[in-house]
Design a protein around this ligand. Structure first.
Ligand SMILES: *Cc1c(COP(=O)(O)O)cnc(C)c1O
Length: 403
């Protein structure tokens, strides 16, 4: 048996949609497939949605839109993939990491303690698909002493009048919080459509816009669409009509638009995401929950409570009382049984770039505690229920063999 950690869904629907792009629309860069993909994601989020070429570039676009740069601070959880930090560092901003809660999401009390007059944005992460504690976070950010501290420097910062909240929803398309779909938890929500995520375009990202009044989200969508295309107000597709040749460069933008060929892959998936693909992921997630419930060494990941429901992106299993060395031995044994697993995540403060910039894992004890005994299991649409059973068996055997 060999069970890879992750496989993208490339089925007949995906092949047919890509074929349609190649043979019928004949359009390769941003065009009709991208706009259809945006409409499909928009139907899930209930907001305008702009597609771009990655989560990282989408988050950079939103920070750029706000005018975040050198001297500004962006607060993120210490427990996440490095892109959450890099989107802000790439713009010259300072990243302030704070520790997380037991459920892997950013600790609102730690956010409160980290806010300064230079704080321009916070990026909570829905880890594994599990929404952060948004009510507590909003309460922190909207507290009168916090808003009084805020110093808006650009016109958009002044119009907003408070810290911007961008959800890192790389894992969490389709999750819900208090009955609301993801896309409406915060001001802007960025989904990743990278190959390992719940819905993929190979590489890609999507931004759901939920800015408060007096912002007009449709207007901001139109502006951001240009800003994602070198600041050009008309794409090649929109110009590809007789007489429509004239365009303008309205601002200094990035070049991060999504190609139609990529959109076609995601379009085939998103059409059946809520009806088939997401329920299928949840079923497998629940099989893992049931399978590990009998083991008292198993610490199970958050999945569903009265307010939140996960999008079942990652099954973040933890082995009670295991230290890093034992966790690594367990992973070796699981790998020898032919099962691909991963660790989400090596904390940024343990990676070279961040250590060299002065981040120290000792400042984030909960992050270290969660990381040290974490093992992420295979979870994807082409994984069979028999394979789920094999994974559970391989993990349990490995844990017991290393006890
Ligand atoms: C995958 C991922 C990203 C980056 O997504 P890209 O589309 O590859 O830029 C950001 N944050 C988290 C938590 C991720 O897992």
């Amino acid at each position: 048996m060999a069970i890879p950690f992750s496989l993208p869904l490339i089925d007949d629907d995906v092949i047919a949609e890509v074929n349609d792009a190649l043979t019928n629309t004949g359009w390769l860069t941003t065009g009709p497939k991208v706009r259809q993909l945006e409409a499909e994601i928009s139907a899930i989020t209930g907001t305008p949605v702009l597609c771009v070429n990655s989560w990282t570039s989408g988050a950079m676009l939103m920070l750029r839109w706000l005018g975040v740069g050198p001297g500004d601070e962006v607060i993120i959880p210490a427990y996440t993939y490095s892109a959450t930090a890099l989107c802000a560092m790439n713009l010259g901003a300072t990243v302030v990491m704070v520790d997380v809660l037991d459920d892997f999401t950013i600790d609102p009390a730690k956010v409160a303690a980290a806010i300064t007059p230079r704080t321009k944005a916070v990026i909570p992460v829905d880890m594994g698909g599990w929404p952060a504690d948004y009510d507590s976070l909003h309460a922190v950010l909207e507290a009168p002493d916090v808003t009084a501290l805020y110093e808006g420097a650009t016109p958009r910062q002044q119009k907003l009048g408070r810290i911007l909240v961008i959800t890192d929803a790389a894992h969490s398309i389709g999750s819900t919080y208090k009955g609301r779909p993801n896309g409406q938890f915060t001001d802007a929500t960025v989904f990743s459509l990278h190959s390992v995520k719940n819905v993929t375009t190979g590489e890609g990202g999507a931004i759901a816009l939920n800015l408060p009044a007096p912002f007009d989200n449709e207007e901001e969508y139109t502006f951001l669409k240009a800003l994602a295309l070198n600041g050009q107000n008309k794409s090649a597709f929109e110009k590809n009509v007789p007489g429509a040749w004239r365009y303008d460069i309205i601002d200094q933008g990035l070049k991060i638009n999504m190609p139609d060929l990529n959109a076609a892959v995601g379009l085939a998936q998103i059409r059946k995401y809520e009806s088939q693909l997401l329920p299928d992921r949840k079923r497998k997630f629940e099989l893992y929950l049931d399978g590990f419930a009998q083991y008292d060494w198993a610490i199970l990941p958050p999945y569903r409570d009265a307010e939140r429901e996960s999008s079942a992106h990652l099954f973040l299993l933890r082995v009670r009382d295991a230290d890093e060395a034992r966790r690594d031995r367990i992973i070796t044994a699981i790998s020898e049984a032919g099962v691909g697993v991963n660790v989400h995540y090596i904390p940024m403060a343990m990676l070279t770039l961040f250590r060299e910039r002065g981040y120290d894992i000792a400042d984030y004890p909960k992050t270290y505690e969660l990381y040290a005994n974490e093992i992420t299991l295979p979870l994807y649409n082409t994984l069979t229920e028999d394979q789920v059973a094999e994974v559970i068996h391989a993990v349990a055997t490995a844990v017991e063999a290393t006890a």
